[in-house]
Structures are given as structure tokens and as C-alpha cells.
Design a protein around this ligand. Structure first.
Ligand SMILES: [Zn+2]
Length: 317
């Protein structure tokens, strides 16, 4: 668990101890150690002889938890082997969870149902889940996590104890990134909104090639980029995210501000944005949104990426 979550841990563990809620919804800090914090909390909630607000680490519950083999906790996650636009938890899975909740505990003081990504609930599975959230089973806690609480169904939110995690300070986050001797540490940290536990999506030379191509989108440069950065290898979602951020910076520069993610390119962007056609740029953004929804789907991403880059070239008229 990271130092900036110490207070969050105290707050949440105290509330678990006091039985303040049957369902907890934790949001924020997706790449800032949320998973580590939740793991600590679950271990504490399951522990048979907690020491104040910490798990003992020695009881059978703690041992089973460390082995990843605890019978009083289950996770509700979408089946990632399915080909769909987005990963979704199914109603049948929620029924299995309700069954799990109704059975008696094995060894821990409470049972836990963990939903690491509540955004995977669709309308049907969320409605199925509501029933059990409305009539909670004693000694059974739901722990839900989400990156974007605004996109969750209000009915789910209203039945949960909502908790927003602290964000690390810039200096704390940078220290974590620098420990890993990462090149362009400050650039990537800005790119990932100050949340330090990211994996850089591109190698150094790839980052340079992406930036230079977007600064000078010639036909040759576009073909060379698509050849070098095959979306199948680097991930379409990563390329789309890069382009989103680049376009949002172009708009900032066009409005007279400094670029946010690509601060070093602000000056070069100034020269570029003189020729920008807004309609074409917004149209390109819509294309990006559409493709993001399908980024896990096996389309011909190489062709899609190439098309996007040619459309990008066309926004300068
Ligand atoms: Zn223990």
C-alpha cells in the first residue's frame, strides 16, 4: 500500500470495523495504488484476529488470503474471453454471487463480494445486483471499484457508501516513477494525470516518431509510422489515447494556452494550429471515440490507424 493512502485506509478500515456499510464503492486513483489499498482492506476485513485496524498476517484467514485461496471472498468480473464491444458482467454471474452470499461463512467474520470494475455491470446485471444491495445479507460486504463514478447507474451509487481516494502529490508520484529509472518520467506522469503506476505504452524512439509524425504529417512519415507502430503489437487503445491527448493539446494551443500533455511541443504546435479546420478536427475526435469503443474488437486496426492519420493530415488546410 502506498503512503498517500494511509489516511484512506484508516477511514475505510474504521468503517468496516464499525459495520457502517454493506456496500462500499471506492473511486479514483486507478493508477495510484487503489488495487493495493483494496487488497489490504479485504485482508483486514477477513482476518480472524485483527490487531487494531490491521490484519494479523498469521491466522488461517490471512494465510488463505495470501495463497489466493480464501473461501469467503469471491470476485465478480466479466469474462474477457468473449468478443464484445465492451466487457460486461452477465445476469447469470450475479445470480451465482447471490447464491454465494446466501450460504454460510467458512472461517472469516464476514464474506466479501469484490467487483473490481463496476463499469462492467450492464443495465440487466446492475438491476439483478440491486435486489441484494437493497436487502443486504448480514456479515456480507460488497466492495465495488470504479474509475468513473459519473458513469455508474445512480441506483447502484445510492445504495453504496461512496469513497473517493486521495490523489498522490506530484512530488510523491514523481518519486515513485523515478525509482524505476524511467526515461521521460515527467512527461509520462503528466500523460497519466499524475498517477504514477502506469506502464509507458511506447518505447522512447516510438514516442519520438509519434510526435514528429504528428508535427509533420507527410505521407511518407505516416506510412513509416504505421509500419513501425503496428496497433496489433502496441495496442490500438494506446494509439487512440495518444491521439486524443494530442488533439486536446492542439485545441488548448489554438486557444492560446500551453499544451498540457505535450508541453515541450507547445511552440511547434503554435505553427501548426494556424491552419486548423475545426470541423475536420471535431470529426476526427468523433472517429476516435467510435474506435475506442471497438478497440478490443479484432478489426483491421492497422488500416484504421492509417486512415486516422490521413484524416489527421487533412485537418490542416
Ligand atoms: Zn489474520
Amino acid at each position: 500500500m502506498y503512503s498517500w493512502h494511509a489516511q484512506d485506509y484508516q477511514n475505510l478500515a474504521t468503517n468496516i470495523k464499525k459495520h457502517s456499510f454493506n456496500a462500499l464503492l471506492v473511486h479514483g486513483a486507478a493508477n495510484s495504488g487503489r488495487a493495493e489499498l483494496i487488497n489490504e482492506l479485504i485482508k483486514f476485513a477477513l482476518c480472524q484476529s485483527p490487531q487494531d485496524l490491521n490484519a494479523c498476517g498469521k491466522c488461517s484467514s490471512c494465510i488463505l488470503w495470501n495463497e489466493g485461496n480464501h473461501p469467503d471472498i469471491t470476485s465478480l468480473v466479466a469474462d474477457s474471453s468473449e468478443e464484445r464491444k465492451s466487457l460486461q458482467i452477465k445476469v447469470e454471474q450475479v445470480r451465482e454471487i447471490i447464491d454465494f452470499a446466501s450460504k454460510s461463512r467458512h472461517l472469516s467474520p464476514r464474506k466479501i463480494i469484490h467487483i473490481p470494475d463496476a463499469m462492467q455491470l450492464n443495465l440487466n446485471s446492475a438491476n439483478a445486483l440491486l435486489k441484494i444491495l437493497e436487502e443486504p445479507v448480514p456479515e456480507c460486504i460488497f466492495i465495488l471499484q470504479t474509475n468513473n463514478i459519473n458513469k455508474l447507474l445512480p441506483t447502484i451509487k445510492s445504495r453504496c457508501f461512496k469513497y473517493q481516494l486521495a490523489h498522490p502529490r506530484w512530488s510523491e508520484a514523481l518519486a515513485v516513477v523515478q525509482e524505476n529509472n524511467l526515461d521521460n518520467a515527467e512527461f509520462w506522469l503528466r500523460y497519466f494525470h499524475g498517477e504514477p503506476l502506469f506502464i509507458p505504452p511506447f518505447e522512447n524512439h516510438e514516442l519520438v516518431q509519434l510526435r514528429t509524425t504528428l508535427l509533420k504529417p507527410s505521407i511518407d512519415a505516416i506510412f513509416a509510422l504505421v509500419k513501425e507502430l503496428d496497433p496489433k503489437r502496441v495496442g490500438m487503445a494506446q494509439l487512440l489515447d495518444f491521439m486524443f491527448k494530442w488533439l486536446s493539446d492542439l485545441l488548448l494551443v489554438k486557444q492560446g494556452s500551453a499544451a498540457n500533455y505535450f508541453a515541450e511541443d507547445t511552440e511547434d504546435m503554435h505553427k501548426l494550429v494556424v491552419k486548423i479546420n475545426y470541423d475536420k478536427l471535431f470529426n476526427l475526435q468523433e472517429n476516435l471515440v467510435f474506435l475506442t469503443l471497438w478497440s478490443e474488437h479484432p478489426l483491421n486496426h492497422k488500416l484504421q490507424f492509417e486512415n486516422l492519420l490521413f484524416k489527421y493530415q487533412q485537418i490542416y488546410v
